[in-house]
Structure formats: C-alpha cells, structure tokens
Design a protein around this ligand. Structure first.
Ligand SMILES: *Cc1c(COP(=O)(O)O)cnc(C)c1O
Length: 416
C-alpha cells in the first residue's frame, strides 16, 4: 500500500499495479514461510543430509510420533496401573539387538559421550588415541566434550599408529577410562595400526578401568550388502568386552535424533541415577519413534527404513527412474532440457566417507534461467525442493526422492 501511494510500484494500469502488488506479497509470504521448519523434497542424493534432518523416519515411526503426541503411556504401566519405566520397551529392544545387559537413551550421541565421560572419568583421566580426536559437524569435538565433562584427556600414539602398549604405558593412578572413537567422517589409510577392541577391553579390565566406545553411526547388523563396510557393529563391540557403547539414532540406524547407550547393567544404572541424565534424557516423541525404528530392525524389515532403502537402490533402477522422469519433465515444461548423467550419491551425516553409491542424475538446463535462479525458485517453492548444482547445471538425484514424491517434484519443475 505504501509503495502504491508513493508511486514506487511500476505498472501501466491499475490491473498491472495490482498484479505487481500481489507478486510482492507472495514473495514476502514465501520468504516468511521459508524460515520455519517445513517439509522439503531432498533431491541432493545425500541420504543422511544433516541440514535436512538426517534420517527420514519410517511410516511406523511417524505413526508412533502421532500416537504419542497426546497423553500416552510414557511412564505408565497399563498392566498394573502403576508408574512404568520411561523408555523401557526401547531399552529392551536395544538389549535384544546388541546382546547388551542394559540400555539407556538420551538426546543424541554427543549427550551420551558427555554423560559417560562425566560419570566415569569426571574426576580423573581418559586415554584416547591421537588418531581418534574426531570432529563431527555441528561442533562435536572429542577434546572439547572431554573438557566439558571434567575429565583430563591423555592422548597416546600418533595420528596414524597407536599400539596397545601406548595405552598400557599411559595408565596411571588417575586413569579411569579408555575411550575408543570411531573415525566416522574420515579414514586414515596407509601405514596405520590400532589395537583390536578385544585387546583394549582386556587391558582396561586388567587395570580396573571402564572401556567405552563411541561408535558414531552404530549399525546393528552387518550392512555390507548395502555397500557399508568399516562401521562397527554394536553387537560385536559388546561381545568383545566393551563396557559401554554409544551411537546415534538418526544416522545409519534410520531413526530420530537420539543417543543410544548399551552396556553393563551396573554401569548403565549409574548413568541413569546421575542427575545429568535427567537433563539429557529423550522425550516421548523421540522414544516413540525409536521404539518403532528398533522394532523394524528386530524384524529384519530394513526396507521399511527409508535411509537403508535409499542406500540399497541400484544404479540401473535409479537410471531408469531418471529416464522416465526426464521424459515427463520434457512433456510438461518445454523450457527445460534434461540429460541423464552418471554420478554418485553420498551417505552423509558423517557416515561412510569413502562410500559413493553410483546413481543416475538428471541435469537440467533452462532456456531463460541460470542454474542459480532455477535452484532458488525450487528452494522457495512449496514443498521446497533442494537440489545440487554441478558444472553450471542443477542436478537431481532421485535416490533420496521417494517415488510417491515424484508428482510433487514434477509440479515444482513445471512451475519453473
Ligand atoms: C555422529 C557422531 C557423534 C555425534 O552424534 P550426534 O548424535 O550427532 O550427537 C559422536 N561421535 C561420533 C563418533 C559420531 O560419528
């Protein structure tokens, strides 16, 4: 209205002025809604895209969240009518799936590490290899978490080689814990060595120390058929004698953000009783989604978990989907030219840094718009579409687009 009155709006007729005014208002609305948390179509091919919320949840987990949204049996036992145990069923599933005696669930894996270090080594030293001083995106840095927990970090070995003897020599009166950290988002290759986890756990126990492994992604079963190798399988760590293992809920587990802790009963009980746990424990929506996710793992129903389903998609399948989709684009928007090019997707979320699943990409070229303009228009649509730009073209990877979302993606491309 101000622009109309001051004559800064351009147009030759009242109708044109009105149309311009409406366009500006639409733009303002788009910008306002773009700053809230909204649903997006992930056309990047990065499966655990941290900026887009990491693992997409299964249908069962989404239903579980809806069911838990009102009143629910969070800490209520319907059998006895008495107070129940928060997270009890999810903990039971975790024990079944990992062979551990006990489990505990907190906000995220960073919280798990903080809690464990604080409770078992806050008044002493923690030994860690120089090759494992990880930084995960979003400010999780092992040395800083250690400092926050109160423990004194004792680094041993070198970046590429750390031996059992290095650990043994560092053990002193104030040592409380040995920490093994999975190098989730990087690999050290070449002239390297690190002691196997069984040896490390034995050393810890001989010296009266707690052995803790921060496993990061934490896969529950061998995922080598999905091309995932080199991720610690939690059950193996427990079997090797590790006292406590922590891992994330929203990486390769395919669930909501959560920090899952499994290990020896007596130690998990000490974590549960510490007041810091009260500050870090998971909420009802998270616990409901974790239960549903773990239940899919228990039934070996991996195809129900979108992250694993997307990871398993073969290049031929993706290429054929891309070809079909490109044809539809050509039919609805003559200004868009499409090429199918070979490329790679990514696991993302700081997992599987050396895994690049092959895919078929749809590369777009618009008659009148630059790649940047195409990408911006897609981002500001509803739902927003997030795509990559490569070699001056917007590229779409259907690996992370559910087939059911394809009509919406097509609509967004039609609107260009
Ligand atoms: C991802 C990761 C974390 C942090 O986990 P969040 O669940 O994101 O807090 C900690 N340690 C390792 C080794 C990781 O891979």
């Amino acid at each position: 209205r101000q622009q109309l009155e001051s004559g800064t709006l351009t147009g030759n007729s009242k109708l044109e002025l009105l149309a311009e005014g409406i366009r500006l208002m639409q733009h303002a609305v788009n910008i306002e809604s773009a700053s809230s948390i909204q649903r997006v179509l992930n056309a990047t091919g990065v499966i655990l895209h941290t900026n887009l919320g990491r693992a997409p949840l299964s249908a069962a987990a989404r239903t579980a969240i809806t069911n838990a949204s009102g009143y629910c049996t969070l800490e209520y036992d319907a059998l006895t009518g008495e107070r129940g145990k928060r997270g009890g069923y999810a903990e039971e599933l975790l024990c079944q799936l990992t062979g551990a005696e006990a489990a505990l669930i907190v906000n995220n894996c960073a919280a798990a590490a903080l809690l464990i270090l604080r409770v078992f080594a806050g008044n002493g030293e923690t030994i860690v290899s120089r090759g494992e001083l990880v930084e995960i995106g979003g400010d999780f840095r092992v040395p800083e978490v250690m400092a926050n927990s109160g423990t004194t970090m004792v680094e041993v070995g070198t970046t590429n080689r750390t031996t059992l003897d290095d650990y043994a020599r560092a053990i002193g009166e104030r040592t409380r814990l040995i920490m093994r950290v999975h190098p989730s988002n990087y690999r050290i290759v070449g002239f390297t060595t690190s002691p196997d986890i069984t040896g490390l756990a034995t050393l810890a126990h001989e010296s009266g120390l707690v052995m803790y492994e921060d496993a990061g992604s934490g896969v529950l079963v061998d995922l080598s058929t999905y091309g995932i190798a080199g991720e610690p399988v939690i059950r193996n760590s427990i079997a090797a004698g590790v006292d406590l293992v922590s891992f994330s809920g929203d990486k390769l587990l395919g669930g909501p953000q959560a920090g899952l802790i499994v290990g020896r009963c007596e130690l998990v009980d000490r974590l549960r009783k510490n007041s810091l746990y009260r500050a870090l424990r998971a909420d009802k929506l998270c616990l409901a989604a974790i239960e549903a996710t773990l239940d899919a793992h228990r039934r070996n129903a991996f195809e129900e978990l979108p992250a694993l389903r997307m990871l398993a998609l073969e290049q031929e399948t993706l290429e054929s989907r891309a070809r079909d989709f490109a044809q539809q684009i050509g039919a609805i928007n003559p200004a868009l030219a499409c090429d199918i090019v070979a490329g790679t997707s990514a696991v993302g979320g700081g997992s599987g840094p050396t895994i690049h699943p092959k895919t078929g990409l749809i590369a777009l070229r618009h008659d009148n718009l630059h790649a940047d303009q195409v990408a911006e228009k897609l981002r500001l649509g509803s739902p927003a579409v997030i795509a990559r730009i490569a070699d001056g073209r917007v590229v779409i990877d259907l690996r992370t687009v559910d087939p059911e979302e394809e009509p919406e993606l097509l609509e967004a491309l039609k609107a260009l």
